[in-house]
Design a protein around this ligand. Structure first.
Ligand code: BG6
Length: 476
């Protein structure tokens, strides 16, 4: 059976500045928190860093040509704050130029630029004065957003303020797994609030400059299911994961409020942190955060099956084998256990759970997006597998059937949501290229295009060829 995608549905792929650009200290760019974090012993597998990455900074014309060959209609990328405003200070013309060239290249190839302002790489100089825990950072971010809009506002219509603020707050300031690698509940709460405030202020500013812009934010989500829906402890574990991961961001953005049940859960474990958080939330902040948006980006990798108590269940997170001290990114984590349900797994041990994506999209749509008139796009979905490169007829091939299957299953899950009435406007595979996967370094390959890090040779994998066929047919 052939299943067609809606007329207005866009096919794309996603990347992020630090993960692919390289040229980390060229043309005036200064250190970001990831440049610094990569140098902390044990922070990143293999001691890897983004100094060279996919060298996209120097290879963007060829890379855009490759996107064109694949038939991508849109390309989701992020701009680097420390390239554009090094140290969070004055504008660096050379940094701005790079993004002008990239956007012009995309437009010349009929590829819609889908720009994300923040994909985790804050200037280290701003982290030195508190980073996202410092309210002043919101003003610095607004200056940076304004610079990007000054340069590209005439050519870029789709603006995403933040990618996955859960990661740049709780995973980074509470869990310690990402830069800056702190393990404080209070810092996680403060940084999440200031990130959301930066989002709201930016939407207000850009909307004021140009009412025709398509403005939004990308959130990462899970589908938290109780192992036994009749067991109150399991139901409660699922509620707490959903609340700390999904609702902590959805509720303020769509409803102008933080989830009260979760605030109380966190108060039980760290009353002092919640007191600091309460002080950080000023009058009017929530109204700013709840600015009307046009698009919500949904990033989905897998769901969670949860139990409240059971010694045989594993702790909830799958973290890379880091030598550093990390803790749960959930402020309230006691009594949350992951349950094995026998699903296939990726090379990162992440479950492959496409049906969760359909339910997730339906839930966000009916509870949040539809009442607010917001369209959804799947801005990230993808999988790492242990690819094997083979040479055939002088060409490098990767027969990544597992990734091809992953892609097809998730595209079908998106179509199931569309059939159920959800307004999903696009799909971006994560990622276009194998790249620097944060704490996992170059150890994990997500790309539909293989990158040989010794030669910087790009080779379209079988999954990429299949994606190109699907895009051409606009059907599964
Ligand atoms: C998403 C991020 O959370 O997951 C991407 O937005 C990231 O930047 C992707 O690369 C995969 O996760 P990881 O931890 O393997 O890099």
């Amino acid at each position: 059976m052939t299943r067609a995608f809606p007329q207005n549905f866009l096919f794309g792929a996603a990347t992020a500045a630090y993960q692919i650009e390289g040229a980390a200290f060229e043309d005036g760019r200064t250190a970001s928190i990831w440049d610094a974090f990569c140098r902390v012993p044990g922070a990143v597998i293999g001691g890897d860093d983004g100094d060279v990455a996919c060298d996209h900074y120097h290879r963007h014309p060829q890379d855009v040509a490759l996107m064109k060959d694949l038939g991508l209609q849109t390309y989701r990328f992020s701009t680097s704050w420390s390239r554009v405003r090094p140290d969070g200070g004055a504008v660096n013309a050379k940094g701005v130029d790079f993004y002008e060239r990239l956007v012009d290249e995309l437009l010349a190839n009929d590829i819609l630029p889908w720009l994300t302002l923040y994909h985790w790489d804050m200037p280290q100089a701003l982290q030195d004065v508190g980073g996202w825990t410092n309210r002043d950072t919101v003003s610095r971010f607004l200056e940076y957003a304004g610079t990007m809009h000054d340069a590209l506002g005439d050519r870029v219509n789709v603006w995403t303020t933040l990618n996955e603020p859960w990661c740049s707050s709780f995973l980074s300031y509470t869990g310690g797994e990402h830069a800056p690698g702190h393990t404080s509940v209070a810092e996680g709460l403060l940084s999440a609030h200031h990130l959301l405030l930066a989002h709201g202020e930016t939407v207000r500013e850009l909307r004021g400059r140009d009412a025709s812009l398509n403005l939004g934010i990308t959130l990462n989500h899970t589908v938290a299911d109780p192992a036994d829906p009749t067991n109150p402890a399991d139901v409660d574990a699922a509620r707490r994961v959903d609340g700390q991961f999904n609702r902590w961001f959805l509720d303020p953005i769509y409803r102008g409020e933080y989830p009260a049940d979760i605030v109380e859960d966190i108060r039980v474990v760290d009353a002092e942190a919640v007191a600091r958080f309460d002080e950080a939330v000023h009058d009017g902040d929530l109204a700013t955060i709840a600015q009307r948006i046009d698009t919500q980006g949904v990033n989905y990798y897998h769901g969670d099956l949860l139990a409240g108590a059971a010694p045989e269940h594993a702790a909830v997170e799958s973290v890379p084998d880091t030598e550093r001290a990390v803790r749960s990114p959930y402020p309230s984590f006691e009594g949350i256990h992951a349950v094995e349900r026998g699903l296939p797994r990726t090379a990162q041990n992440w479950e492959v759970q496409p049906e969760g994506l359909t339910r997730l999209l339906q839930r966000i749509w009916s509870e949040y997006a539809e009442p607010a008139g917001v369209a959804l796009s799947l801005t990230e979905n993808g999988a790492a597998y242990d690819d094997v490169a083979v040479i055939a007829d002088g060409e490098t091939r990767v027969h990544d059937d597992d990734r091809t299957e992953f892609l097809r299953l998730h595209l079908a899950a998106v179509l199931d949501a569309v059939d159920a009435g959800v307004d999903v406007r696009g799909y971006f595979y994560w990622s276009l290229f194998d790249n620097f996967e944060w704490a996992w370094g170059y150890d994990k390959r997500f790309g539909i295009v293989r990158v040989d890090y010794d030669t910087q040779q790009r080779s379209v994998k079988d999954s990429g060829r299949e994606y190109a066929r699907i895009i051409a047919a606009r059907a599964l």
